[in-house]
Write a protein of this length. Structure first.
Length: 302
């Protein structure tokens, strides 16, 4: 079974406008409300690819109830922890010719709630996959990623980690199955300026040496590179298409990679499915659907 953890999920309130005039009344052309959070995005795309999974994390208040209903309506099984106070945050996305994001802080997460999460994670077994994605809310300990991996190490669980900076670096000693930096995050994590393919390989190899079994690097329009546990570098270009929305594209890539590897145990296949899923989301208004992912995957096979 695959499990995802989203510490600070959100309802994303997306408003489309012709433009924004600061200090004046602005009127939108339309609004959409959807679920948000990196782990939840991974869960939804995994489900659409036929990889059943359970979404874990924290919700609070009426907005949390709404988010849980929306996630379940998307077909994803969830086992969220309901906080005693506060409300799941609402993030505002203002779409003009660019996207301006206003992200709320979210509810306070108590030690009791963290213990409840640990109790759920203790149920994971040999062969399960755990996806830890996103930042850590200010009300949680900043070493929560390390604490989770340390607690579960030795149980035969595959860890997939998608975060940045010290949060990422500090997990490498637990030998996560896959990490997924983008090219800018890879440069930041290693201090290696990425001017060529060789630079990307060298930077990924550095993180592999520190403990990451597989390093999946998303590179936008340039596609992606996988430096695998056998020290082989796999490059795959991105398919052509009109980019509509980049929110969730990286999460979709990670979901595609995990689904592809779980199904075939083949890294080339997993990489292609990851790129297809990430690109399909980028070419859509929301998260990718299976038909679009399959169509792009078949193009990449040719």
């Amino acid at each position: 079974m695959i499990y995802t953890v989203t510490f600070n999920p959100a309802l994303d309130y997306i408003m489309s406008l012709d433009g924004i005039s600061v200090g004046n009344v602005n009127r939108s052309r339309g609004e959409t409300v959807t679920y948000g959070g990196k782990g939840i995005n991974v869960s939804v795309v995994l489900h659409r690819l036929g990889a059943e999974n359970t979404a874990l994390g924290f919700i609070a208040g009426n907005t949390g109830d709404m988010l849980e209903r929306m996630v379940n309506a998307a077909g994803v099984s969830s086992d969220f922890i309901k906080l005693e106070s506060g409300d799941t945050r609402i993030n505002v996305k203002l779409r003009t010719d660019t996207v301006t994001e206003i992200n709320a802080q979210g509810p306070e997460i108590s030690d009791t709630a963290i213990d409840a999460l640990y109790a759920r994670l203790d149920r994971l077994r040999d062969g399960d996959t755990l996806v830890l994605a996103g930042s850590v809310p200010p009300t949680m300990p900043d070493d929560i990623y390390e604490n989770i991996l340390q607690r579960l190490i030795g149980k035969g669980i595959r860890f997939a980690v998608d975060t940045t900076g010290s949060l990422l670096i500090n997990t490498l000693k637990y030998k996560p199955f896959v990490i997924k930096p983008n090219d800018l995050e890879l440069e930041e994590a290693t201090g290696i300026k990425l001017d060529s393919r060789e630079d990307i390989i060298n930077a990924a190899e550095k993180l592999h040496t520190l403990g990451a079994r597989n390093v999946l690097v998303s590179m936008g329009a340039q596609g992606a590179m996988l430096y695998d546990e056998n020290k082989q570098a796999h490059f795959c270009p991105a398919p052509s298409g009109d980019v509509i929305n980049t929110v969730g594209a990286g999460d979709s890539m990670l979901a595609g990679f995990i689904a592809g590897y779980n199904e075939t145990k083949d890294y080339d296949t997993a990489l292609r499915l990851g790129i297809a899923a990430g690109s399909a989301t980028a070419f859509s208004a929301g998260l990718a659907v299976k038909e679009d992912i399959t169509r792009l995957y078949n193009k990449l096979k040719k």
